[in-house]
Write a protein that binds this ligand. Structure first.
Ligand code: PCA
Length: 220
């Protein structure tokens, strides 16, 4: 593996809209932060398709093109109430709804013969501590689901072994206008808070490679 460059490029990925949704807040966050700089590093934003075939391929192309030192993927988690730092990517596709090409893989691996799971290589506890300090609500989640976000997260960690970058996934809630349309109501977060949280996650991840020890587990 090559030595990490002093000012690595950061790849920030988001997704297009999917399912019943007409927008995806992660695409807006990525558009805002594309071509900015954080902790002296250039942020490159890429919006991925919500398709089993297209998302891994678009991610792979972006990694080959930009050679990032850090890859943070963002996804919308309908109905979750606060920001989620995902700890685990599992080697399973079991889509609860069809992807944007109408495909619905069930009980097949993300990567044939890949390990059962990968753990995030971002300093997730340090990011959580920074969010708490800044008054941003978040938690460590132990499941990223079995849809396209988990698939992308798994691929990102799978590729990272060869390319030597660190990788993680953050799930965000609905935007307020999406929650307002959801039947029976739903939790939400403003774009402004999401932007601050993602910027802070980038900063902390660039500043420290080792994580801190901080209890943030779950009973179930
Ligand atoms: N969320 C979905 C896929 C795209 C997105 O933003 C998920 O959590 O899998």
């Amino acid at each position: 593996m090559e030595d990490a460059p002093a000012n690595p490029t950061v790849l920030l990925t988001g997704f297009e809209a999917f399912g019943e949704g007409d927008k995806n807040p992660t695409a807006e966050v990525v558009r805002f932060l594309n071509d900015t700089s954080t902790a002296g590093c250039r942020v490159v934003g890429v919006i991925l398709p919500v398709t089993a075939a297209g998302a891994p391929e678009a991610l792979r192309q972006a990694v080959f093109l930009h050679r990032p030192g850090l890859v943070i993927s963002l996804g919308l988690a309908n109905g979750r109430s606060i920001l989620a730092l995902e700890r685990v990517a599992v080697n399973v596709l079991d889509f609860p709804i069809p992807d944007n090409e109408g495909h619905r893989p069930t009980d097949v691996p993300v990567v044939e013969d890949g390990p059962a799971a990968y753990l995030a290589t971002l300093p997730i506890k340090a990011v959580l501590a920074a969010w708490n300090e800044a008054g941003l609500p978040g938690y460590v989640s132990n499941t990223a689901g079995t849809y396209v976000c988990n698939q992308t997260f798994y691929h990102s960690l799978h590729l990272s072994g060869k390319h030597g970058y660190r990788a993680g996934l953050i799930h965000v809630p609905y935007l307020p206008e999406q929650a307002a349309r959801a039947e029976g109501g739903a939790p939400s977060m403003s774009l402004d808070l999401m932007l601050r949280a993602v910027e802070l996650a980038l900063e902390v991840s660039l500043q420290r490679s080792e994580d801190i020890v901080l209890p943030a587990g779950a009973l179930s």
